[in-house]
Design a protein. Structure first.
Length: 265
């Protein structure tokens, strides 16, 4: 890419950061697709939010089919922990978090390039298969004796659960606060709690292993997912290609829809 083109790309990237991370979901709708890298090969390491555990490997398989000679390696976990690892020097090419505020920390630390919003999620109530506690609505979680699991407040799914309870005027005293949403789902599937607050996509992933209650849109909260290449990525070319593939291809976006994620624009 010529120096002039890089300057134009840099200007576009700066504008996208301001628009995307300002919180306007519509900003992603006008995001311009970057030029495809000339050569894509080797391993791309992706640190991704735990809620992407099921869908990202499927997207990666399609990506590797498009780019023979590439391998995608994942590091899944709570979004804040992923940012901390990155800031500590973890050799990562791509970062995908479950909330914009979490990505902002990496942006402000100068660790990632301009992010793109690529997915949106909502919250759901999940119970062990058969729903032994008889949970029917969000307010049931406030019933004395009902054991509820949520994510820790520092994690996007925990902040979302907090906001969910607040807007519905429900006071819930969780018995456990987990480091990521898959840990909450694990507690529910193991029948260690009566219910948990997870993402809608997690309910879809668990399928018949759990019972769930959908939360009406007017009473629900959403979280949007940004993805970005890491500044100084070990495999910058493949990183750019993967981010472009996730955000801009109908293949990746179709896979996200199939796994319960909505468009953020």
């Amino acid at each position: 890419m010529s120096i002039a083109l890089r300057q134009v790309a840099s200007s576009i990237a700066a504008a996208l950061v301001a628009a995307t991370m300002a919180g306007a979901g519509a900003s992603a709708a006008v995001a311009r697709q970057p030029a495809a890298p000339e050569q894509v090969t080797g391993t791309v390491t992706v640190s991704a939010a735990a809620s992407l555990t099921d869908v990202f490997p499927v997207i990666a398989a399609a990506f590797m089919k498009k780019y023979p000679g590439t391998t995608v390696r994942f590091n899944f976990g709570g979004s804040p922990a992923l940012v901390e690892q990155l800031n500590a020097g973890a050799p990562v090419d791509v970062l995908a978090t479950a909330s914009e505020p979490t990505m902002w920390k990496a942006v402000n630390a100068g660790r990632v390039n301009a992010p793109f919003l690529f997915a949106k999620n909502t919250m759901a109530i999940v119970m062990p298969a058969g729903n032994p506690a008889g949970i029917r609505r969000l307010s049931d979680l406030a019933t004395p004796g009902v054991l509820v699991a949520v994510c820790a407040m520092a994690v996007p799914c925990g902040a979302a659960a907090r906001d969910l309870f607040k807007i519905n005027n429900v006071v819930v005293k969780p018995v456990t606060q987990e480091l990521d949403v898959r840990a909450v789902l694990g507690k529910v599937m193991a029948d260690e709690v009566d219910a948990g607050i997870v993402y809608t996509s997690d309910v879809k992933a668990a399928a018949s292993k759990v019972t769930s209650v959908a939360i009406p849109p007017a009473s629900n909260v959403t979280t949007t997912y940004p993805i970005a290449t890491v500044i100084g990525a070990p495999n910058a070319s493949a990183a750019r290609a993967f981010v472009t593939y996730v955000r801009f291809t109908t293949s990746a976006q179709g896979i996200l829809r199939a796994y319960g994620f909505a468009r953020p624009w």
